[in-house]
Design a protein around this ligand. Sequence first.
Ligand SMILES: CC(C)(COP(=O)(O)OP(=O)(O)OC[C@H]1O[C@@H](n2cnc3c(N)ncnc32)[C@H](O)[C@@H]1OP(=O)(O)O)[C@@H](O)C(=O)NCCC(=O)NCCS
Length: 330
Amino acid sequence: MKNSKIIGLGHYVPEKVVTNNDLEKIMNTTNDWIVERTGIEERRWFVPGKDTVSNMGTRATKIALNRAGLAAKDIDFIVFATITPDYFFPGSGVLLQRELGIQGIGALDIRNACSGFIYALSIADQFIKTGMYKTVLVVGAEIQSSALDKSDEGRSSSVIFADGAGAAILQATESEGVLSTHLHADGDYAEELYVKDPGSSRETRLSKELLDGKTFNLTMNGSAVFKHAVVRFSEVITEALKQNGYQPDDIDLLVPHQANLRISNFVQKQFKLPDDKVYNNIMHYGNTTAASIPIAMSEAWEKGKINEGDLICLAAFGSGFTWASALIRW
Ligand SMILES: CC(C)(COP(=O)(O)OP(=O)(O)OC[C@H]1O[C@@H](n2cnc3c(N)ncnc32)[C@H](O)[C@@H]1OP(=O)(O)O)[C@@H](O)C(=O)NCCC(=O)NCCS
């Protein structure tokens, strides 16, 4: 059986930088509060009329293809992770496919929020391991800023979430690559972090009452998310290490979903990992949901922090609740 290997990474973030000081001007918050509770100093918000979820995914993909030494026509299948698609339907995968000019190949959308990229990576890995496809594009892209309640009422979540895109090209290999992926969910907590509308199970999807309410905005129970996240991150990283017979200090680089710097620091401490073995960039990009891991991996690779033979651990937790990990021999 073949393995799958990541042979190219790319990312794109919108040019519009929104600092904590910018947020102070539109809601009752402070730079100190945001930095202390989340670690975020600035984030990117999309530029309306320029950025879309699919075109940011396309830009990230073109960089990843270039680094892999491949052309778009070499891609056999697309897995696109997003919870903020351009349209209610069809998914963003087909839009990305059209932008890349590779009509005809399959395109699948994954809606697993912050764990979406690892779920998508796992699907790509299975398709390659079974021999169905040789080269699979995995994208995570989000525009969260348009779902945020930027009033005082929504400040605890609107300071956290942001926009961007990342892409990885997976290809079949005879050597090691993705060693294992681990996917979990617990729907009991679906409403702890969600966007309720425009839901389909209401008589009218759009009504004046709905528009006057806040149900189109992202809603998060921050303390419930925090409590579950620290437990699940640790569990799912331990599961990946155990399955492959490794110890925490075998990890060369942990790339956690950039949920919140306090969560990443907590996980780092639990596994006693030194600072240079954990990659965080939430300070500059905020939490970009499914895009956060591929953006972080792409940036870490650019900085020379991911090298041939390294043991890379990815881990995520988010809405659903969902949580996931992947262990990769680079
Ligand atoms: C969201 C989060 C930062 C809030 O921090 P917290 O310590 O739980 O803060 P609380 O919600 O209890 O609020 C504490 C106080 O800060 C205030 N506050 C909330 N947001 C604020 C903001 N942006 N600026 C200033 N004050 C704020 C609250 O109103 C509250 O004030 P009060 O004590 O007068 O009522 C924290 O719960 C968290 O990090 N959760 C995990 C979020 C996460 O990782 N999400 C991504 C999942 S993928």
